[in-house]
Ligand binder design. Structure first.
Ligand code: SF4
Length: 212
């Protein structure tokens, strides 16, 4: 089975629970969403066709244990499911970054899902596929990317309405350049919200440079 790949590269994990760990990133081409703040629009088109086996070989050649499959929206390509299984079979610690707009139920259970719930300021909140919450377990993470106070309040309400903090780890991240990280940190502390605050480490290290 073939995949369309924008890039495969080694970096430090910039976000989520494994932040700071050397990680191989496999960025799949294509995304059906258009979030206002998207920082990977270069992955919307182009890319190279590659069989699953070749992707696996390239990942293993880096010699690190953690691999993140991202995009674009990786689940937009059906062959991502056998890729995730092959990476897991190879003994790698695999995570999948997904927008939350596509079905996650068939993802290999060994894979950690880092799933967005799109906030109103993304312009794509009506694409959230809430049925996905049934497939989210304690090893997974739900991420809110927050651009404003309005997004923060919406995220807090979603957490409470769906009991998200009891389901898995919750990540709150400010949109780089749109919301001051300190403001978000202070709102979380005021509300004693049981979430993990994060900033995108790679942006502080390397800015918007592609392949980092
Ligand atoms: S889902 Fe991700 S890749 Fe797609 S438009 Fe939104 S931020 Fe960009």
């Amino acid at each position: 089975m073939q995949l369309r790949i924008t890039e495969i590269f080694l970096s430090l994990q910039g976000e989520a629970r494994d932040v700071g760990r050397p990680t191989v990133f496999v960025r799949l081409t294509g995304c059906p969403l258009r979030c206002h703040y998207c920082d990977t629009a270069y992955a919307f088109s182009g890319g190279l066709a590659m069989p699953v086996d070749e992707v696996l070989a390239k990942v293993e050649a880096y010699g690190v244990r953690h691999v993140t499959v991202t995009g674009g929206e990786p689940l937009a390509q059906r062959a991502v499911l056998p890729l995730l299984a092959s990476l897991s079979d190879a003994g790698l610690a695999v995570s999948l970054e997904t927008s939350g707009a596509l079905d996650v139920s068939a993802v290999d259970p060994r894979v950690v899902k880092v799933m967005d719930l799109k906030c109103p300021d993304s312009g794509e909140a009506d694409r959230n596929r809430l049925e996905n919450l049934a497939s989210i377990g304690p090893q997974d993470q739900i991420k809110f990317v927050i651009a404003s106070r309005n997004d923060y309040i919406w995220s807090r309400e979603m957490m409470s309405e769906h009991g998200l903090a009891e389901r898995c780890e919750i990540l709150f991240s400010p949109v780089h350049g749109r919301l001051e990280p300190q403001a978000l940190a202070e709102w979380i502390l005021e509300d004693r919200l049981p979430v993990r605050f994060q900033i995108q480490l790679h942006k502080y290290l390397w800015g918007e440079e592609q392949g980092r």
